[in-house]
Design a protein. Structure first.
Length: 218
């Protein structure tokens, strides 16, 4: 799921995270297991803290080497195996949550499978609400997994100079041939609202201009 949520400049909040290891078992004891081809999962419980959260991005540091070791398992972490599913408090699986795992500094799938798991807390979570997710993962020794393939809803176009990328939420307009080597994003729209636009006289893009030179509509 690219580009990274971090690259879009999203603000991540510090959620209360509780990690609980879990292994395959009988349905009467464990919450529903998504796919028996996956051999490992870990539970993440997220609290919305003191505020309502709507489509809020979540970033969780994960070390899959350590998690495997806690289960007495050794092997090579399969980077493509990561999947995230939300569950209700009766242990019923609700839906898969599009996610991405970004390897961290010093990442090594055999000895240091550390990185950031990023996904969106979809819908609206009212203040002080807990939501439960299971992160499924595996090692290559159990069979390589295909990488996830999530629909982005992004419709890009390019006319040789301008790149327009439309998503269900935003329109991004990118100039590839502006003066003074300042090509880049020059317009962002959300529905009928102009989020920011450049001073046409200056002919510089949003990434170049100072914040004081931008106009924001709320």
């Amino acid at each position: 799921m690219k580009p990274s949520a971090k690259a879009l400049g999203l603000l991540f909040f510090s959620a209360l995270l509780v990690l609980v290891m879990s292994n395959p078992g009988t349905p009467s004891f464990y919450p529903e297991w998504w796919n028996l081809s996956w051999n490992h999962r870990v539970m993440i419980e997220i609290n919305s803290t003191a505020f309502d959260r709507t489509r809020w991005p979540v970033e969780v540091g994960m070390n899959f080497t350590q998690l495997l070791g806690q289960s007495g398992v050794s092997g090579t972490f399969d980077n493509n195996s990561v999947r995230v599913f939300e569950y209700d408090y009766s242990g019923n699986m609700l839906h898969e949550v599009p996610s991405q795992f970004e390897s961290g500094s010093g990442y090594n799938p055999s000895v240091n499978a550390f990185g950031l798991l990023v996904f969106i807390l979809n819908g609206t979570s009212t203040a002080d609400t807990n939501r439960s997710f299971y992160v499924y993962y595996d090692i290559t020794e159990n069979g390589a997994k295909a990488p996830p393939n999530y629909a982005t809803g992004l419709s890009p176009s390019w006319d040789g100079q301008l790149i327009n990328a439309t998503s269900p939420l935003f329109e991004f307009h990118i100039d590839t041939n502006r003066s003074e080597n300042t090509s880049g994003i020059y317009r962002i729209k959300k529905g009928d609202l102009e989020q920011c636009h450049i001073n046409i006289i200056l002919r510089k893009n949003i990434q170049y201009l100072l914040l004081s030179q931008l106009r924001y509509a709320v």
